[in-house]
Design a binder for this molecule. Structure first.
Ligand code: ZN
Length: 445
């Protein structure tokens, strides 16, 4: 009896934790296993990182005060200054980078919340250039932005740590156990530490390749170096390139990176022609609220970038259609589930003014109703795309008139008063002319 009830209890705990388990990534559109909340992932990573660096430090293996230690900060800061364009919330991460003095190890990582590390093997064994380092760190930051580290923490929790973890997580939710929080913290830290040793999926690798090469190009690092870097690592082989065991090669990596070159090279050329004095906040090892030279906080800086109608290359085609006002939503019943699932996420993106993410997220679902079009209109407004916004608001009104409204039997408009808001932008529609009353009308009735 004991075993059965124990097992059932574990199963029940598992279900409670697993229930909100899947989430759609706003950058990639891919559905991911997410057992760990963003906050827990970041907190876990912070303590895992502190622990890890503490141990390296004891062994005198954290390199500071050297030219390359200064270089790595400069390089990662340039990358982060672009990363916040695509994930404005990451402007508030406590970004940190440490140079780990292990000349035989070729490895680098970025944990959830922007805790980064790179080993000196990149210089000692691979003779990596700044452009190559920019690309490798861009790739790592790409993993963090696309929440791959959080995804891997979730996997670590199901595979490695097991039910003890689930129990600890659940108990910390609603119990008076004063140690529950601490236990939860430790568990998340354990999962964060494990996550960087687990291999990424090939999907995740492709995503990080795409995000990484673009961040690097935008930050002024030659995207061609992404290709040469992987070639160097492949030559170096498995003996010391830990990096390759956690970053398995997606099919045709070199070929795909080369095809991306064409898209990101113009960004690289533009970045190179930009004056080096352009003010960028200091993201690395600095308090979040520090102001940049021109008086902008990180958050203000991220907000400014997010308002520019630019988008990552791998959602560019869709986004271009959006910005021209060409998006037509046609999906009906088959998308109801996706629609119901994503509505609250859309509301959040709207509240955070993440206009680009909002537009992409609504398009990915493709559900035809007034709320979808209204939110496309809001996203276009937020990005300063006035004509597109007018088009989408008009389509929201048309959808309402066609009875495709979120109001329906259950109001599922997420608190938006669509008709009112649309009228405010487009003006109140002229009422159809009132039917002319026939003088004899009443006589025959
Ligand atoms: Zn990778």
């Amino acid at each position: 009896m004991q075993t059965v009830s124990g097992f059932r209890r574990a199963l029940l705990l598992g279900l409670i934790v697993l229930a909100p388990g899947c989430a759609t990534n706003t950058i990639t559109g891919r559905s991911q296993l997410m057992l760990v909340s963003e906050e827990a992932a970041v907190q876990g990573a912070v303590s895992a990182y502190a622990n890890m660096m503490g141990q390296f430090s004891k062994k005198n293996k954290v390199e500071t005060g050297t030219p390359r230690a200064a270089r790595i900060k400069e390089i990662t800061n340039r990358l982060v200054a672009e990363a916040v364009r695509f994930r404005p919330d990451s402007a508030n991460w406590a970004w940190e980078v440490q140079l780990i003095d292990e000349p035989k190890t070729v490895n680098a990582f970025c944990m959830a919340g922007g805790k980064m590390g790179i080993y000196t093997g990149f210089w000692e064994k691979l003779n990596a250039t700044d452009d190559e380092i920019g690309n490798v760190m861009g790739h790592e930051i790409g993993h963090a932005l696309a929440s791959h580290t959080r995804e891997k923490m979730s996997m670590a929790m199901t595979v490695g740590v097991g039910t003890a973890v689930l129990a600890a997580l659940v108990s910390s939710r609603n119990s008076n156990d004063p140690y529950a929080f601490q236990r939860n913290q430790n568990t998340a830290a354990l999962a964060a530490a494990m996550a960087i040793t687990l291999p990424n999926s090939r999907d995740a690798e492709s995503e990080a390749d795409q995000i990484g090469i673009e961040l690097a190009a935008r930050a002024g690092f030659d995207p061609r170096a992404a290709v040469t870097l992987w070639e160097k690592m492949a030559k170096e082989g498995g003996t010391s390139a830990e990096f390759l065991s956690t970053h398995p090669s997606p099919e045709n990596r070199a070929e795909r990176l080369r095809s991306l070159l064409v898209k990101v090279d113009p960004m690289y050329q533009l970045a190179k022609s930009r004056p080096a004095t352009a003010a960028v906040p200091d993201f690395i090892d600095q308090p979040v609220n520090e102001r940049a030279a021109d008086g902008m906080t990180r958050e203000e800086y991220a907000k400014k970038l997010a308002a520019e109608p630019q988008v990552m290359t791998f959602v560019a085609a869709e986004f271009e259609q959006f910005s021209k006002g060409n998006v037509v939503l046609t999906c009906a019943t088959e998308c109801v589930f996706g629609y119901s699932f994503h509505r609250s996420i859309w509301k959040e993106l709207h509240a955070k003014h993440q206009w680009r993410d909002l537009a992409v997220a609504v398009m990915k679902v493709g559900y035809f109703n007034d709320l979808s079009y209204f939110l496309l209109g809001e996203a276009a407004t937020g990005l300063g795309l006035k004509d597109a916004a007018t088009t989408y608001y008009a389509r929201a009104r048309a959808a309402q008139q066609a009875d495709k409204s979120c109001e329906g039997a259950f109001n599922t408009c997420e608190g938006f008063e669509i008709a009112k808001a649309v009228d405010a932008v487009l003006g109140v529609p002229e009422l159809p002319p009132a039917p002319v009353k026939d003088k004899n009308y009443n006589k025959f009735n």
